[in-house]
Design a protein around this ligand. Structure first.
Ligand code: C2O
Ligand code: CU
Length: 410
């Protein structure tokens, strides 16, 4: 029997998980831009797996997609990933085999690629946002890809955690300027973090610096998304406990606390927030013809009884779209359903240029964009890296039930 949201269960629990190197979340891997990452995956799981480097522009063969870029790594086997990231930023990694089960059980980690020079924040935090669907005996419910999950926005858990802990407290000092790298690794839940009286600035989305930092207001951090925040702890807040809330959904809930030390305030570092170079002008992008409109919808049937489709077909029956590298494309996602679909494109960054056909300006790149019920979103894309790149819903149950296709960049 499943528990209601946070009712009557007081963490911490002893919950069995699947883990990278015995830890949940998995290790935070930090390298410098220009360095090569070499990582050997040894599969001690009872099922095949791979590692996908979400948001990282890797050579296609390192993308970790079973049957597309590599054979799945069978139990007892190993595979070595090796690549040199092209971008600095906050990325993450996770399996791409039975992801709805493997990620939910705890297989995910963060990859931070540091720029040659990084601003000197007083402290930097990595916050891995997740939710867990636990049973009464506090174990991961094993009804993965259930009919309920498929009829809704995937699997939403009953315990929200940051770095695997329930409502953790983070120690800061008044006057400090902190950076928080936030990653949403949940199967289906969207977070909308709010810092009450603090005014965080978003400096990066999906790893890439924004053209200009912007205040965090209502930002939907969908599964797969990352944001980097720049936050000054006001000197007057010494001794206070500040709560960080999740405002998405019907009930708001506390995610974490920032515990401000009672001691005297420290000097606030005075650098300019990092920002991207000015983007090329995208204003005319909206005038270009739509290269392809992806229709997102559900239908009856398939292995799970409910299938999630792109252009009325499930993976791998839908068509591969051929794109030419270096060319500009306008693509449209049209959500005919009343559920959420955070669409993620492997190996590419894109800009949202229209919502419901009306031009919008976002001053940052993305690799994942949330398409709301009955909404359409146009993205502008200049594919750069050649190969077969997946285009799928990051609600892992939707992807598992077919909502996945591929682009071939030539
Ligand atoms: Cu994190 Cu195919 O995705
Ligand atoms: Cu979806």
């Amino acid at each position: 029997m499943l528990l209601e949201d946070n009712v009557g269960i007081i963490p911490p629990y002893q919950t069995s998980v699947w883990a990278y190197n015995g830890m949940v979340p998995g290790p935070v891997i930090r390298i410098k831009l220009g360095e090569t990452l070499q990582l050997k995956l040894t599969n001690n799981l009872p099922q095949a797996t791979t590692i996908h480097w979400h948001g990282v522009r890797v050579p296609n063969a390192m993308d970790g997609v079973p049957g597309v870029t590599q054979p799945p790594v069978q139990p007892g086997e190993s595979f070595t990933y090796q690549f040199t990231p092209k971008d600095a930023g906050t990325f993450w990694f996770h399996p791409h085999v039975k992801a709805a089960e493997q990620i939910e059980r705890g297989l995910h980690g963060v990859l931070i690629v540091e720029d040659a020079e990084e601003p000197e924040y007083s402290q930097e935090f990595v916050w891995v946002l997740d939710d867990w669907l636990l049973t009464k005996d506090r174990q991961v419910a094993t009804n993965f890809v259930s009919r309920h999950d498929l009829a809704h926005d995937g699997r939403w858990g009953n315990v929200l955690t940051i770095n695997g802990r329930y409502q953790p407290a983070f120690q800061v000092k008044a006057g400090e300027r902190i950076r928080i790298r936030m990653v949403n690794v949940a199967n289906g839940r969207v977070f909308s973090p709010s810092f009450a009286k603090l005014v965080p600035y978003v400096i990066a989305v999906d790893g890439m610096l924004a053209e200009a930092p912007f205040p965090l207001r209502e930002f939907y951090l969908a599964p797969g998304n990352r944001i980097d925040l720049d936050i000054i702890i006001p000197k007057a807040f010494a001794g206070k406990s500040l709560s960080v809330q999740n405002l998405y959904g019907r009930k708001k809930s506390a995610l974490a606390f920032l515990q401000v030390a009672a001691e005297e305030a420290v000097e606030t570092p005075g650098f300019d927030s990092p920002r991207a170079r000015q983007f090329p002008r995208w204003a005319d992008a909206i005038k270009l013809p739509i290269e392809h409109e992806y229709i997102l919808n559900a239908k009856r049937g398939g292995v799970y009884g409910i299938s999630w489709t792109i252009d009325n077909k499930t993976w791998p029956d839908n068509a591969t779209h051929e794109l030419t590298s270096g060319q500009f494309y306008r693509l449209r996602f049209t959500n005919k359903s009343s559920r959420l679909h955070p669409m993620h494109l492997h190996g590419q960054f894109f800009k949202v240029i229209a919502k419901n056909g009306r031009a919008v300006q976002e001053n940052f790149w993305r690799d994942t964009v949330l398409i709301g019920p009955k909404q359409s979103i146009d993205i502008g894309l200049i594919p750069l890296d050649k190969g077969l790149w997946l285009n799928h819903c990051h609600i892992l149950e939707h992807a598992e039930a077919g909502m996945m296709t591929v682009i071939n960049v030539n």
